[in-house]
Design a protein around this ligand. Structure first.
Ligand SMILES: Nc1nc2c(c(=O)[nH]1)N[C@H]1C(S)=C(S)[C@@H](COP(=O)(O)O)O[C@H]1N2
Ligand SMILES: [Mo]
Length: 407
């Protein structure tokens, strides 16, 4: 299990096991077992909620761009905000729709061969009485920035056409998954955990893929994963996973399963379509069976809409943020002339924030301009000019060309 410390080793191992013959039939069996395991979980019918669309909260156009069942945060909505993204503008990524779940009847069911004494259930009240922890963590969709593969690189990718607003930072309070797993009687032989959501099953191409779920190695589950029931000091809102969601720091958003209903703990590696079909890197630069990944990359965004109108001939202050799943941001360079000249941006805010806020003064001449921001993190990761292509459009890390008009 110590090998699981190293994600690259884990990825290779999983790939090997995948190739070693997990058949389609095994996958279907796993899916069926998962659904059966969840049958005991209580979930109110979404019809009991008043929700008309897939998202419950208000989506005013000045804060969000609606993309199918998802809502992207507009970056102009972060102007003047601190490190946290308020709930009213936090992006929502729903495979189907937000279920309305009554915390009083909800149970978290933990089951599987990786437990010593059989299945265990926790009520909401029981979880709330366990020792709590508060962490500030980023949730970012693996496909954040996907649309730039097409608009900047001329490449065809499939999936939600996010610009840069498929990311948010919040303060999450909850109980450590390690606390709950230990109380549930975690066996030393446990290998993977598979958290599953209580939202409607995901059906695509006429195939019911079952509840949204993606396995995590026990090593990560015990390290820093939270079962969160509060977001920015409020009970977890419906769209963000009420009553309880996973928060998996540093890993792609799909790991942070919302509306958690069950967790299978296995003594064998687990698979779901969310680590075999989706959230995998496919394309000419990857093996035919794809490549596993868990972490996001490095990005920067201006707190402006694309095409924003700015006053010409006056000094103004450009603001933005940069973030890297690998660690803190060391510096950010900004160009206001399409990438010909670069200046160091000034850091704003304290050290150790989930993202680095920055600013730069600029006096634009009348006309159209292209703004660019390029971050480098403490490990030397820098945003490239071109992101590595993959057919599903994940991990866009290239410098984004942000048009503005000064008048
Ligand atoms: N049950 C469930 N959990 C889920 C999802 C989902 O559709 N269903 N979407 C995932 C994805 S792809 C992302 S990016 C994050 C988004 O979290 P948010 O909607 O709170 O911003 O939730 C993840 N957890
Ligand atoms: Mo996502």
């Amino acid at each position: 299990m110590d090998d699981m410390l190293d994600e690259a080793t884990y990825d290779r191992l999983r790939l090997g096991q995948w190739l070693a013959g997990v058949s389609r039939r095994d996958l279907l069996k796993l899916t069926a077992a998962m659904s059966a395991g969840l049958a005991g979980a209580a979930v109110a019918s979404p019809a009991t909620g008043a929700a008309a669309g897939p998202i419950v909260k208000a989506l005013p156009p000045e804060l969000f761009t609606v993309l199918g069942t998802n809502a992207e945060m507009r970056w102009s909505a972060m102007a003047g905000q601190g490190d946290l993204v308020p709930i009213d503008r936090f992006f929502v990524r729903n495979h189907t729709s937000t279920p309305i779940i009554d915390a009083a009847n909800w149970r978290l069911r933990i089951f599987g061969a990786g437990l010593r004494h059989g299945p265990v259930e926790f009520s909401y009240g029981q979880l709330r009485r366990l020792p709590s922890e508060t962490v500030t963590a980023t949730v970012e969709c693996a496909g954040n920035g996907r649309s730039y593969f097409t608009t900047q690189q001329g490449q065809t990718v499939s999936g939600t056409a996010w610009r840069l607003g498929g990311v948010g930072v919040a303060r999450w309070r909850g109980v450590r998954l390690s606390t709950v797993l230990r109380r549930a009687g975690l066996a030393r032989t446990a290998v993977d955990v598979l958290p599953a959501g209580l939202d409607p099953n995901y059906v695509t191409g006429g195939v019911d893929l079952g509840p949204v779920r993606r396995p995590l190695p026990v090593r990560k589950a015990l390290h820093d994963v939270l079962l969160a029931y509060e977001m920015n000091g409020e009970p977890l809102p419906a769209d963000h996973g009420h009553p309880v969601r996973l928060v998996v720091p540093g890993w792609i958003g799909i790991s942070s399963i919302k509306w958690l209903g069950g967790i299978e703990v296995s003594d064998v590696p687990l698979f779901s379509p969310w680590n075999t079909q989706f959230y995998r890197l496919f394309g000419p630069d990857h093996p035919a069976e794809g490549e596993h990944f868990d972490r996001q990359v490095i990005k920067s965004a201006f707190e402006l809409d694309p095409g924003a109108r700015l006053p010409a001939g006056r000094q103004l202050r450009l603001r933005g943020r940069s973030w890297s799943a690998a660690g803190a941001i060391r510096h950010v360079e900004v160009s206001t002339d399409g990438g010909r000249h670069w200046r160091r941006a000034r850091r704003v805010g304290g050290e150790g924030a989930a993202w680095q806020r920055w600013e730069l003064d600029w006096r634009p001449a009348a006309g159209e301009h292209e703004l660019l921001a390029r971050a480098t993190d403490v490990h030397g990761n820098t945003q490239p000019d071109v992101a590595a292509y993959n057919t599903l459009g994940y991990l866009f890390d290239a410098v984004v060309r942000h048009p503005v008009v000064a008048a």
